[in-house]
Design a protein around this ligand. Structure first.
Ligand code: ADP
Ligand code: MG
Length: 254
């Protein structure tokens, strides 16, 4: 299928999708933390929020009162305080509380336009925060954008693993490379004893990843501070995000 091209004002080196079978497992958090880490390493980074019906990227960056500006050449993304360029449906709508009640093809077109009509400029990485599941948008993104790889986000529970397997199979069917799996809410660190505790028993995600020919990139703990800072729109102040990056991960996306 013909791949879309970005406009003449955009030059994007790597496109990475963040996907999972289920909602609420931490795709948006992982997308944000990955962007923040890459930005700290000096890369130019953009986030395309492809979750049109459940956008959460502007809020965690504290940009929900901001609007993307339309110009004759295209739409200017909103830039976060650390310099991450962000495009989301919530940066266009007048009222962020209004639900988007659109049919699949219209939603998919909006996502395509976030790629083709936004003035991204020079980006080392464009991260795409995908909606949950294996529906229209992930399909459109993998078929019509030149995706370099997909990161799958999972939590440790069995049920989640099953849905994650579906996502991995979809990615494979579409011949898109899987960078690896991030297990979120993997454990929590007991504040008094400083030990790691598993919340959902022994995880099977590592084995699931292996059986699909990929690997676990990293395990992110459950951390109330992450929720607090996300709710306040200050996720860029979360300093423990480097755990989303193992050396292997860096190697594979470079
Ligand atoms: P998704 O994009 O997959 O729907 P989110 O990233 O929005 O998931 O996360 C869902 C909720 O869980 C949010 O309130 C978020 O702050 C919280 N959350 C995500 N990851 C963690 C974590 N590691 N520790 C604590 N809370 C988390
Ligand atoms: Mg999300």
């Amino acid at each position: 299928m013909e791949k879309e091209s970005p406009n003449q004002f955009s030059n994007i080196k790597n496109i990475i999708g963040i996907m999972s079978g289920k909602g609420g497992v931490g795709k948006s958090s992982v997308t944000a933390l990955t962007a923040i880490t890459l930005r700290e390493q000096g890369y130019n980074v953009g986030i395309l929020d492809a979750d049109i019906t459940g956008p959460s990227i502007p809020k965690v960056f504290g940009l929900n009162q901001r609007k993307a500006m339309g110009t004759p050449s295209g739409v200017e993304p909103v830039v976060s305080s650390s310099g991450i360029k962000i495009m989301s449906i919530n940066l266009i709508l007048d009222n962020e509380d209004e639900p988007v009640v659109w049919r699949g093809p219209i939603i998919s077109n909006a996502v395509k336009q976030f790629y083709t009509d936004v003035i991204w400029g020079d980006l080392d990485y464009l991260l795409i925060d995908l909606p949950p599941g294996t529906g229209d948008v992930p399909l459109t993104v993998m078929q019509s954008l030149a995706i370099d790889g997909i990161i799958i986000v999972s939590t440790p529970q069995d049920l989640v693993k099953m849905v994650v397997n579906k996502s991995m199979k979809m990615v494979k069917m579409l011949h898109t490379p899987i960078i690896g799996v991030i297990e979120n809410m993997s454990y929590f660190i007991c504040p008094s004893c400083d030990e790691k505790h598993k919340l959902f028993g022994e995880s099977k995600v590592r084995d699931a990843a292996k059986s699909m020919g990929t690997h676990l990139i990293s395990e992110i703990p459950m951390d109330p501070l992450l929720v607090e800072l996300s709710d306040e729109g200050k996720i860029e102040l979360y300093t423990k995000h480097n755990f989303t990056f193992s050396d292997t991960y860096q190697k594979e996306i470079n």
